[in-house]
Design a protein. Structure first.
Length: 371
């Protein structure tokens, strides 16, 4: 084919992805990483009950297009009804459907500069106009976000609580109070991917049928099922119903549905994992301190570490860690890009990180001319 008849919008977009996967980097390096600490996966894995449920699933069948039993289980877990819940292929997939429902060419959308880039990717894919505001003290700032939304008449405003990549968070009470300044006609897209690992009181306690908000959660983080791609949204039934206009009705595979239902039922295992994540956070923080760096407080399953200089120095540290077999990531935008971000890991993962970090720092300092 010599002429591909893409739309003008598709022709204008770069052929890029929000993240370069560790597998791509391993192929480039020609060898695997010694420690995979960059994607915020839960290395402690899913509940054994979830693993068994996925293994025993009849893979020859399509998944239930309504995800009925999983939605029923989620509704019971959250004290609501299934018409408040939509299930999809991770939060990423659900964000794509939401943007498709709301955003056309030129429609205004607001986010924080340096926040989760997959949301921006979807907005660009539907021709929306993205307006960005800065973080305030390493936090996404609701007041600034909502003021910008009012200024540009935004259809959507994105906020993650807890935040990725900084690990910062707002209390649910503070966020509820900030909602008073959300402009009429603007929908708050509240990404709560990390809320399971956050302190009590972080979740927003406004009613699930509040038409101003849609909340997204996932089984990829605390539940340890990133590879299964199961996310869900909670919102007003009219908004949830709209997803059925555009979603892939057979996008959820049967094993993922069964695994998520079993994981949700095993809250005892989840509690054990949360203890391991908290222990890992403390270990990462201590490794940072031992090397003269500053760990930031985190409500997520990672710790963001301030490298104490600028983005170029932090990138050099990251590159040196990668060269030593430690997969990590970092924020993209200044001043947050002074940091690197380390996912919680097993004791052996963190031992490898602790062994590699001093040499990485020394090499980065030499390259920076700091010595």
């Amino acid at each position: 084919m010599t002429h591909i008849r893409l739309t003008p919008l598709a022709q204008s977009l770069p052929a890029t992805v929000p993240f370069v996967g560790p597998e791509t980097q391993e192929r480039s390096r020609g060898r695997p990483f010694a420690a995979r600490l960059g994607a915020n996966e839960n290395v402690f894995g899913p509940s054994p009950r979830a693993i068994a449920a996925m293994a025993e699933t009849g893979h020859w069948m399509y998944g239930d297009p309504e995800s009925h039993t999983l939605r029923m289980a989620l509704a019971a877990h959250h004290g609501t009804t299934p018409d408040h819940i939509i299930v999809g292929e991770g939060i990423d997939g659900l964000l794509g459907y939401l943007v498709r429902l709301f955003v056309g060419p030129g429609d205004a959308v607001v986010t924080s500069d340096g926040a989760y880039p997959t949301f921006n990717y979807h907005v660009a894919g539907y021709g929306g106009t993205l307006h960005k505001v800065p973080y305030v003290d390493d936090h996404e700032d609701p007041a600034t976000l909502f003021a910008k939304a009012a200024e540009v008449d935004a259809k959507l405003v994105y906020l993650a609580n807890p935040d990725n990549p900084m690990g910062s968070w707002h209390t649910g009470a503070d966020l509820a109070a900030a909602m008073a300044s959300l402009p009429e006609g603007t929908l708050l897209v509240l990404d709560e991917a990390y809320v399971d690992t956050a302190p009590d009181g972080t979740a927003l306690r406004l009613p699930l049928d509040d038409p101003r908000i849609i909340r997204f959660r996932t089984f990829s983080k605390a539940y340890g099922m990133a590879g299964a791609r199961v996310g869900y949204g909670m919102g007003h039934p009219d908004l949830i119903s709209a997803f059925h206009k555009v979603r892939n009705h057979f996008g959820m595979n049967r094993a993922a549905q069964a695994g998520a239902e079993a994981a949700l039922a095993d809250q005892s295992y989840l509690s054990q994992v949360l203890e391991k994540i908290a222990h890992s956070q403390n270990q990462i923080a201590q490794i940072a301190i031992d090397n003269g760096l500053s760990p930031l407080p985190s409500a997520a399953n990672f710790v963001t570490i301030d490298c104490g200089a600028d983005g170029a120095f932090a990138k050099a540290v990251l590159d040196e860690l990668v060269a030593r077999g430690i997969f990590v990531r970092m924020p993209f935008v200044a001043p947050q890009n002074r940091c690197i971000r380390i996912s919680c890991g097993t004791p052996s993962d963190l031992a490898a990180f602790a062994a590699a970090l001093p040499g990485a720092l020394e090499a980065a300092k030499r390259a920076d001319g700091a010595e």
